[in-house]
Design a binder for this molecule. Structure first.
Ligand code: MG
Length: 193
């Protein structure tokens, strides 16, 4: 284990800006993939299933993420298929740790995002930054109250994906909170840009 904070990565939203309005996003290439979580929800033999799910990915993202002072891990419904299908396209190693969700899209009566509880458990008290398009203030409040180490919850708009400003935010946060010096600091949750 290193002293670096964790960077927990969502795929759809931050790496795959699925809500982008432009037909061609600069730096991105379109791919047709069949993640099992998506395939299992399509009609068998359907044209949609044959064509696959459209995913737009940016090969510059991997090198940028690897250059950050973090330890990367997947926090996505793609789970192990992120290593298999996403990592080679964006330029990330294919053996990143994966958060295995107990239940995908689990309903929470309290309105908490379904990823938040298991993600916090997985982080096991380590400082972490989390990039995801579904984070809300409720999740920030929850994490701030239950996680003693620094945490940055960075909401990424699914129309835009990870951008320069986000890499800057992550770098600055890691400089401030990462490493041994960041341990035991006051809990904090960053505001989404
Ligand atoms: Mg997402």
């Amino acid at each position: 284990m290193t002293d670096r904070p964790l960077l927990l990565l969502d795929v759809d939203g931050p790496l795959n800006p699925y809500a982008a309005r432009l037909p061609r996003l600069r730096g991105y290439t379109a791919h047709r993939l069949r993640p099992s979580n998506w395939s299992s929800r399509q009609a068998p033999g359907s044209r949609r299933l044959r064509r696959g799910l459209k995913v737009v990915l940016n090969p510059a993202h991997g090198p940028r993420l690897r250059a950050l002072p973090f330890e990367l891990a997947w926090a996505t419904t793609w789970m192990h298929e992120a290593n298999e299908m996403i990592a080679p396209v964006v330029g990330l190693p294919s053996d990143l740790p994966v958060i295995e969700w107990p239940e995908l899209f689990a309903k929470n009566d309290d309105g908490l995002y379904w990823k938040t509880r298991p993600l916090l458990e997985w982080a096991a008290g380590r400082p972490f930054a989390w990039v995801d398009d579904m984070i809300t203030r409720r999740d920030e409040t929850y994490v701030a109250a239950r996680h003693d180490a620094p945490a940055l919850l960075l909401r990424i708009h699914p129309r835009r994906g990870l951008r320069e400003a986000d890499f800057l935010t992550l770098t600055r946060w890691a400089e401030e909170h990462g490493g041994a010096a960041g341990r035991g600091g006051a809990p904090s949750s960053g505001s989404a840009a």
